[in-house]
Design a protein around this ligand. Sequence first.
Ligand SMILES: *[C@@H]1O[C@H](CO)[C@@H](O)[C@H](O)[C@H]1NC(C)=O
Ligand SMILES: *[C@@H]1O[C@H](CO)[C@@H](O)[C@H](O)[C@H]1NC(C)=O
Ligand SMILES: *[C@@H]1O[C@H](CO)[C@@H](O)[C@H](O)[C@H]1NC(C)=O
Ligand SMILES: *[C@@H]1O[C@H](CO)[C@@H](O)[C@H](O)[C@H]1NC(C)=O
Length: 363
Amino acid sequence: MLGTFVLIFTALIQAHVSAYHPKSVAVEGRSLDQIYQAALKEPKTLTIAWGGDVKASGALIKSFFETKFPGMTLNVNLDLSKYLDGQADLKYASTNGSENGADVVVLQTLQNFPRWKSEGRLLPYKVSPWHDIYPEFVDKDAAYTGLFIYSFGNTVYDASVTHLDPLPATSGGFLAPEWKDKLILTYPNDDDSILFLFDKIIEKYGFDYIHSLQAQNPLWVRGTATPALLISPAYNNGTNTSNSRAISFTTTNGFAQGVAQKASTDVSISWPQTGAIFSSTKVPDSAKLLFGYLMDDEWQQLMSGDRFATRKTYDKLGVFNQSGIDPLAFGRFMSDRQRVEALRLKIEAVIGPPQGVDPVGQY
Ligand SMILES: *[C@@H]1O[C@H](CO)[C@@H](O)[C@H](O)[C@H]1NC(C)=O
Ligand SMILES: *[C@@H]1O[C@H](CO)[C@@H](O)[C@H](O)[C@H]1NC(C)=O
Ligand SMILES: *[C@@H]1O[C@H](CO)[C@@H](O)[C@H](O)[C@H]1NC(C)=O
Ligand SMILES: *[C@@H]1O[C@H](CO)[C@@H](O)[C@H](O)[C@H]1NC(C)=O
């Protein structure tokens, strides 16, 4: 009886798996220029769904890509990842599975990729530097690839304001009396990466941390770039108007000029921002060109600086060598939607629902 059940069960699983045959793909053997020549034979326009919360980041990839490959037009659909994945699914549903609304997708909502793969919606592709990417960050069938490492949790501050020393370097430090009314923080209930950062903080300090933090009267904002922009003396025209709201740990210094960061010695997070090519693309060589460019030297250098990368060559500080940080943990967190939603609502009950301008429209 049990044997029969196991047989049927195994057959069912095989039937399910056989619905999608990822063909073993070879590593791209063409140079970027050869792919470019092939892309020029296609309609020369492609669309990327680019998860992010500042227009500038979408404008940057568009301008670099179009400058590097004259004749190509890159339409950037920039929005929060949590909206872009839904848009792709709606398009897929409304076109009976023939479209996904973009050729290439780059998102922080990592839970989508295994599902899209199992639905046969991703085009397996191994970029030319495939073997330079840590294998932990790629799908074994090359349906999706970790493109670059994003991190949050460091203390971000106005570099021109020296009296802020000594700055906190631990989550507990932000609860000290001198930081009352001084914090600018992204709503964790509006962005799952920040929610994950708070999950790690709660793991260490307990949920009471959220009550204590709220008692510090932080300015809660939407978007992970917003704190850096509000802190930046450049954004505030050097008027020091931001200095009454001086520090954050939910942003990075990369988002604005004149802000610096002090490394956390406590809780912080890193994860691979992940990308894929939709198999519905009508411009596969253009999509491969863009994907190849994202993993090629110029863009990798720009995205990693002297810090972390999914490509070993650019991973200067060692993404897997960070004390207390598992860069694969975010993917597991994102896949456990029940836990994510429960935590979101628990925090929302203390700090209130996300309010304020949509950062994508504002900055
Ligand atoms: C949708 O796709 C299925 C399977 O390919 C097909 O049988 C059906 O006719 C399609 N429906 C429409 C409205 O195109
Ligand atoms: C900074 O100055 C410019 C030019 O005077 C002005 O347009 C802009 O609104 C100012 N920005 C802020 C945040 O005050
Ligand atoms: C901002 O305030 C700090 C501390 O009061 C001061 O040292 C600094 O010169 C000010 N910067 C500007 C641009 O006014
Ligand atoms: C990370 O740690 C391993 C093992 O200690 C070491 O071999 C490697 O060079 C480190 N990576 C970086 C980028 O520091």
